[in-house]
Design a protein around this ligand. Sequence first.
Ligand code: GLN
Length: 287
Amino acid sequence: MTPASTIGAIYQQLSDELAAAGIEEPRLEARMLMSFAAGLEQSRIIGYPEAEIAADTAAKLNNLAERRKTGEPIAYITGHKEFWSLNFKVSEETLIPRPDSETLIEAVLAELPDKSASPRILDLGTGSGCLLMALLSELPNATGLGVDINPETCEIARENAEQLGLTSRAKIKTNDWMTGLDGEFDIIISNPPYIVESEIAALEPDVKKFEPHLALSGGADGLSAYRLIAAQCRAHLPPNGLLAVECGMGQVTDIKGIFEKNNLMVKNVHKDIANVERCILATVQKT
Ligand code: GLN
């Protein structure tokens, strides 16, 4: 049997291996892997370097490090990602929630000064459900429907609703955008796929090799989902209803054009933490 090693020795070895593989934050990721594999608090990893780690845990960590070295995102290895300070289950079927997408949450909340309001929210392409659940967690009387074309993603979104205690307010349905959906929603949100198909090959390896193509590719010009959303959403938005979409870098002008052609009035554009225009808010134009 391989002898057990100490937390400190393994931490150092993993950090060195991840650094050599070009991982940007090797020590943080080493701690994340150790915390996942050994069930250790991250503070314990730093505070108790002399504590022993069982040989089978060390072997498991070795495997996880090998996966990470091939570029597999740490969120897929651990099966979790934090978004809006909430913990989300993720899998290879779901896009990994990005901090950039918190811009949409901030943008929508800024439009709702009364947090006790009870809007009905529709989330298109819900994935892990992170956008919908983040909004529901901030708006205790809101209800929501998350739709996604992938039934496996819907399963993950349902699990997230459950572990966040939101099942009674968050319904999840396998559906192709708004096709066949009934009813109106006060707020429609989406982080649709928006990468130009021909640019996917140039994305970071961990994104292009591991994240779902369906959640990334926005077709030949990256905008096909926005055309669809713009065309379908009028039937589901009341006069003061709000549409909030995330967009890719440099896409705002084109998306505004698509929205205006569909009689949607652009209200506001919000920038993300890197100062990139990331979220567009629109309403239905009165005719
Ligand atoms: N934000 C993701 C990226 O740039 C893309 C997500 C999307 O297409 N909606 O990798």
